[in-house]
Write a protein that binds this ligand. Structure first.
Ligand SMILES: NC(=O)c1ccc[n+]([C@@H]2O[C@H](COP(=O)([O-])OP(=O)(O)OC[C@H]3O[C@@H](n4cnc5c(N)ncnc54)[C@H](OP(=O)(O)O)[C@@H]3O)[C@@H](O)[C@H]2O)c1
Length: 352
């Protein structure tokens, strides 16, 4: 523990010395939020705490219940989240601490949604996905549902620019043997990787796009109640074809030694986007909803995905600190579909 530990503690950021966690911690401190930085590595946690002049706490995820008594909101930035969410959610339920994270992992959303009643009983909110995945798409889903309440099919998608961090790549590797997922008649079903391909105008002309098992396959259902959901991302044609081919390599990618090697390579060779890339990048987000007769389309343009994540996660934490909802929530359900429009540099909704 560092000097300053006696201040009124509000937001604890776990995984704070990771690429994204550190950017969020800097932003929270800049905005004047009472922040504690935390992580499992004592040296890196203390170093960040000293640099930001805030308290630091180092602990493993399964010791979290001993460190949250004076914390109002925990923001988990330690991914792959399949390895961290459960003990942190347990600790939050036990200590009455609101839980937020920046996961994009479908199975994690589904597992956290199942804890809704326990969260209500504990008087806390469980609000995963307050980063790029899923804030803009979730808000677009809510907006499309407002435009066409009878819709029974929802398609969402995005066309990002720029590169990804080692943590994001690690999370992709963690789940890459699981194939594709879509929601049909309310249930999440397995489909082949990139099972559907189409041309989509995300906001800068038509692009090739393929389906991906993105978090909204889980969350957009809770936000809108729409029972058929697919999520697309723009890909160069060659990537779309190789994703299809990866159906045959998926079983190999699931082998522990292969996963471990890929994780090591990701840690060694991948850096997150530079400050300039974060400032200059953009992302085009699209959605359409249909009831079989009428189809409505809407779009938003956002800043680069990590820049958006820093803003959306910090803003979500501030809002929960001010007036936390209770139970399992999606971003659009917690703050309304307009939430994304309150973030810096977001343009939209562009409706057709
Ligand atoms: N929703 C979104 O749009 C969005 C945006 C950005 C990032 N993300 C996700 O956020 C996660 C972090 O990304 P990043 O770019 O910050 O990655 P990163 O630089 O690799 O940082 C990962 C952080 O998580 C910690 N961590 C990982 N596994 C842990 C475990 N089992 N126990 C305790 N701490 C653990 C790491 O600590 P050690 O170094 O000690 O392992 C590190 O502090 C990834 O899953 C990524 O996909 C999502």
């Amino acid at each position: 523990m560092t000097p300053g530990e006696d201040v009124d503690m509000s937001l604890l950021i776990y995984g704070a010395y990771g690429y994204t966690g550190e950017l969020i911690a800097e932003e929270a401190v800049d905005r004047g939020v009472d922040t504690v930085v935390a992580g499992r590595d004592e040296v890196r946690t203390d170093h960040l705490a000293a640099r930001l002049d805030v308290p630091g706490r180092s602990f493993e995820v399964d010791e979290a219940d001993e460190h949250l008594d004076d914390v109002e909101v925990l923001l988990n930035c330690a991914g792959p989240f399949v390895e961290t969410y459960e003990p942190l959610v347990e600790a939050c339920l036990e200590t009455g601490t609101h839980y937020l994270d920046i996961t994009g992992e479908l199975s994690v959303f589904e597992a956290i949604a199942e804890r809704d009643r326990e969260a209500e009983k504990a008087g806390i909110c469980l609000l995963p996905g307050v980063g790029f995945d899923v804030v803009p798409t979730d808000c677009l889903a809510g907006h499309l549902h407002d435009r066409l309440p009878e819709a029974d099919e929802l398609r969402l998608g995005f066309d990002p620019s720029g590169t990804i961090s080692k943590g994001t790549l690690a999370s992709v590797i963690e789940h890459m043997d699981e194939g594709g997922k879509v929601r049909r008649d309310g249930r999440i079903v397995d489909v082949p990787t990139a099972h559907e391909r189409r041309q989509i105008d995300f906001g800068r002309g038509k692009r090739n796009a393929v389906t991906i098992p993105w978090g909204d396959v889980s969350t957009a259902y809770y936000t809108t109640g729409i029972e058929n959901i697919e999520v697309f991302t723009a890909v160069p044609p060659l990537v779309g074809s190789s994703m299809k081919l990866s159906r045959f390599t998926a079983p190999v990618l699931g082998l522990p030694p292969v996963k471990k090697t890929l994780q090591t390579l990701a840690k060694t060779f991948v850096d997150g986007p530079s400050e300039r890339q974060r400032e200059e990048g953009a992302c085009y987000v699209w959605g359409e909803a249909t009831d079989g007769e009428t189809t409505v389309t809407s779009r938003v343009k956002t800043p680069e995905t990590y820049a958006l994540t820093v803003d959306s996660a910090t803003t979500a934490a501030e809002r929960v600190l001010a007036d936390g909802p209770v139970g399992f929530e999606t971003p659009a359900a917690a703050f309304g579909p307009e939430f994304v429009l309150d973030l810096d540099g977001v343009e939209g909704f562009f409706d057709e």
